[in-house]
Design a protein around this ligand. Structure first.
Ligand SMILES: Nc1ncnc2c1ncn2[C@@H]1O[C@H](COP(=O)(O)OP(=O)(O)OP(=O)(O)O)[C@@H](O)[C@H]1O
Ligand SMILES: [Mg+2]
Length: 418
């Protein structure tokens, strides 16, 4: 494969790489004039060397990433020299930070420099030297005691405040992910949290505004994000995903992992009504293949308990942070496991909230990409990449303060140099 023969990806396009536990996706796309994201080509490759969102074998990970990049290059006839990449894993943590300053100018009106002063004060966050900030998201501004201000510039007030959601992770683990991509000889444009990316791809503005929980259940991780009043207010990564379900099937039915994976995708169903129907048929209808029915019940029992456990763990987490009653739009589930039959019914009964299964929205491109929940993270990475490229106003959800930005750039360049 002669990668160098293609022309570099043009300026109006961006490249995103989703480094998942089971697969790597490279997407190349652009934002069209009507604000719709257009995916013009993609590369999908199986993944080795990544587990639960983190690199466990650098060479294997790099090879898988390269396979995916090369497939995307072949599809678009473009040469990828830089990309936005996703990070996740249980090392990701959050801090809520708020800060306030007095507005001292004679008119008592918030100016741009006041905003910068406030944000740089709010950004003095105590995290250990083993951690790095990935995002600083603005939840809201306050002027005097008035909350929910989107852009305070020009408003009159005595005091200006801000509430931030700071997302950070282990420097070493992020560095490993960055290096696995860097070893393919491409530049890293930025690192984006996968939960944030998936949310960007599948949640509607209305859901984000009213309050919603996003679950991206992949092969090795379940990424959680909660939105309220248009902003992300919480995120969490549970290092459990579909691989664990497959593993249980493999052990329970005494079959190899790959066979268990096939059976899971084709036959697993966690809807209680399905189980009931199996029982009824098994008892009443003598024409039914009893072995098949017994096997189905066994499969149901294994998968049901694993998926229930996963959803219960998430529910407990959400409850412990007090968000259960502030998410009227309920749950939007995406990622490969969202295709599990009966999942919607089960999640609905566990959370007692509305549930929908989400795939990318407002996206054009190959139908196998834009309609499939396994592409939510990569589509969202691409969408978010364009928002970062815009760098526009502070009313955007991410803080674009120059000092912070350079701090992050420092972090990336330190990683790249070391
Ligand atoms: N129809 C289906 N029913 C049940 N599970 C499914 C189905 N299709 C895919 N999956 C499961 O989805 C998982 C893969 O999902 P996805 O591609 O979102 O994960 P990933 O991005 O590689 O991993 P992660 O995000 O956890 O690092 C696998 O466990 C796979 O078995
Ligand atoms: Mg994933």
């Amino acid at each position: 494969m002669n990668r160098g023969f293609y022309l570099p990806v043009k300026n109006e396009y961006a490249v995103a790489i989703d480094i998942g536990t089971t697969k790597i996706v490279t997407l190349i796309g652009r934002i069209k004039k009507n604000n719709v994201l257009e995916v013009i080509g993609y590369g999908l490759a199986g993944c080795k060397g990544i587990k639960k969102g983190i690199v466990i074998d650098l060479n294997d990970a790099t090879k898988s990433i390269l396979n995916s990049i090369e497939a995307a290059e072949k599809a678009t006839k473009m040469f990828v020299d830089a990309a936005y990449i996703g990070v996740t894993g249980k090392h990701i943590s959050i801090i809520n930070n708020s800060s306030e300053i007095n507005i001292n100018n004679p008119n008592k009106v918030v100016r741009k420099q006041d905003l910068e002063r406030l944000l740089s004060k709010a950004n003095r966050i105590n995290i250990s030297s083993q951690h790095e900030v990935i995002h600083t998201l603005i939840k809201q501004f306050t002027v005097d005691d008035e909350k929910g201000i989107v852009d305070p510039v020009g408003l009159a007030t005595e005091r200006l405040g801000v509430e931030l959601l700071v997302i950070y992770g282990s420097s070493t683990l992020i560095k490993n992910t960055v290096n696995s991509v860097k070893n393919t000889n491409i530049e890293i444009e930025d690192v984006i949290l996968e939960a944030l990316a998936s949310s960007e791809a599948v949640l509607t503005p209305e859901e984000k505004n009213s309050g919603v929980v996003l679950l991206d259940i992949g092969g090795g991780t379940t990424d959680v994000a909660i939105y309220k009043d248009k902003k992300m207010v919480f995120t969490y990564c549970l290092p459990v995903g579909g691989d664990l379900i497959t593993n249980d099937i493999s052990i329970g039915l005494n079959i190899p992992f790959s066979k268990a994976e096939d059976i899971k995708k084709k036959f697993a169903n966690v809807d209680y009504n399905f189980y009931e129907s199996l029982n009824n048929v098994n008892m009443g209808d003598i024409k039914i293949d009893r072995n098949k029915a017994t096997l189905n019940i066994k499969l149901y029992t294994i998968v049901d308990s694993r998926v229930k456990e996963l959803l219960q763990l998430i529910k407990e987490k959400i409850e412990s942070y007090g968000f259960m009653y502030s998410v009227p739009c309920g749950l939007v589930i995406t990622g490969g496991v969202s295709q599990m039959k009966g999942l919607k019914t089960m999640a609905n009964s566990i959370f007692n909230l509305p549930v929908r299964i989400g795939a990318p929205i407002d996206t054009e491109g190959p139908s196998e990409v834009v309609n499939d929940p396994i592409y939510s993270t990569s589509v969202g990475l691409l969408r978010y990449a364009f928002q970062l490229k815009k760098f526009s106003s502070v009313e955007q959800f991410e803080e674009k303060n120059a000092s912070l930005r350079s701090r992050f750039r420092d972090f990336i360049s330190r990683i790249l140099k070391s």
